[in-house]
Design a binder for this molecule. Structure first.
Ligand code: CUA
Length: 327
């Protein structure tokens, strides 16, 4: 028995640890997510009460008071416990669950964000006002705190699902059809989002960070994001820029302000300022850039970008210096 208890405790700890953190629907940091967390607890309590009542009754009649019941009592138990009680309990829970739906569908105001699910990364476009030129980014979503932001969702070729558990529920992303979701973060911080619909070999590696910022910081950040890329600051970075253009990286990637205008891959104009690389699979430092460029397929199986194994260490370090400097 002792051995079993010991084996049980790490598992219990692990399960409890799953309830907190940057990617937990039960540790909400957004209005919609906290309503959903309440819904979870109410349904869980409802289910537990029902389970205890049914099993308690079963235990009572089989172990504690095992006698034959009068027909009347038996019928009352079957009709009362089997029809009337579940009807009222489940209707109550259903009414509660339906009552929270309208709020979940409220639209956002201000900056809109369009997110497109690609293989296997996220194209992110900020639209400051209707009709304005979108500010293109990738693999990271920045949001102002205490403000409801509208997110329009789409997909390139496969169905994905957009989910930031700490902020809101999930929403599917379809090719050729727009779905929507609004989020209203209540706490500044960095939360993890994850594709929640199996979409191919790198599905599990399709994640991103949602960065919730103070409203004025967000406005300043967006203004900076709108600018063209900064000029390389060192000789090494300048060499890196030349290698970037020579190797044809600009056929797929855009670095605004340079001749690289490729639309197929993630926009790299400010890639050095993001918190992660490769849709949240690597940190964003010089080493990670080099690792990614040389081992794309090993790091993310199925990714379209070929690994640049032919680049010498010197060229690779210049290229990484350039990319890391794109703040
Ligand atoms: Cu995209 Cu799973």
């Amino acid at each position: 028995m002792r051995g079993r208890a010991l084996r049980f405790s790490p598992v219990a700890l692990l399960l409890l640890a799953g309830c907190t953190g940057t990617q937990s629907a039960l540790d909400p940091a957004g209005k919609d997510a906290s309503v959903l967390a309440d819904l979870f607890w109410v349904l869980l309590i409802g289910a537990t009460v029902l389970w205890l009542a049914v099993n308690g009754l079963f235990f009572y009649v089989t172990r504690i008071e095992p006698r034959s019941l009068s027909r009347r009592l038996a019928e009352t138990l079957v009709i009362g416990g089997g029809i009337v009680f579940p009807f009222f309990l489940l209707s109550g829970l259903l009414a509660y669950a339906l009552s929270i739906m309208p709020d979940q569908r409220l639209e956002g105001t201000g900056v809109q964000i369009r997110v497109t699910g690609e293989q296997w990364w996220w194209r992110v476009e900020y639209i400051p006002e209707p009709g304005a030129e979108p500010i293109v980014a990738a693999n990271e979503i920045r949001l102002p705190v205490d403000h409801r932001t509208e997110i329009k969702l789409g997909a390139d070729k496969f169905i994905h699902s957009f989910w930031i558990p700490a902020l809101a529920g999930k929403m599917d992303m379809f090719p050729g059809r727009e779905t929507r979701l609004a989020v209203e973060p209540t706490k500044v911080g960095v939360y993890r989002g994850q594709c929640a619909e199996f979409c191919g070999e790198a599905h599990a590696l399709m994640a991103f960070q949602a960065v919730v910022m103070e409203q004025d910081e967000f406005a300043a950040w967006l203004e900076k994001e709108r600018q063209d890329a900064v000029m390389p600051a060192s000789d090494l970075a300048r060499q890196g820029e030349a290698i970037f253009l020579e190797e044809g990286c600009g056929a797929c990637h855009t670095v605004r302000g340079t001749e690289a205008r490729g639309p197929a891959g993630p926009d790299l104009t400010h890639v050095g300022s993001r918190l992660s690389l490769g849709a949240a699979v690597l940190p964003s430092d010089r080493e990670a850039f080099a690792d990614w460029v040389r081992h794309t397929k090993r790091i993310k199986p199925g990714v379209k970008m070929p690994p640049y194994v032919h680049l010498s260490d010197e060229k690779l370090s210049a290229l990484s210096a350039y990319l890391e400097g794109l703040k």
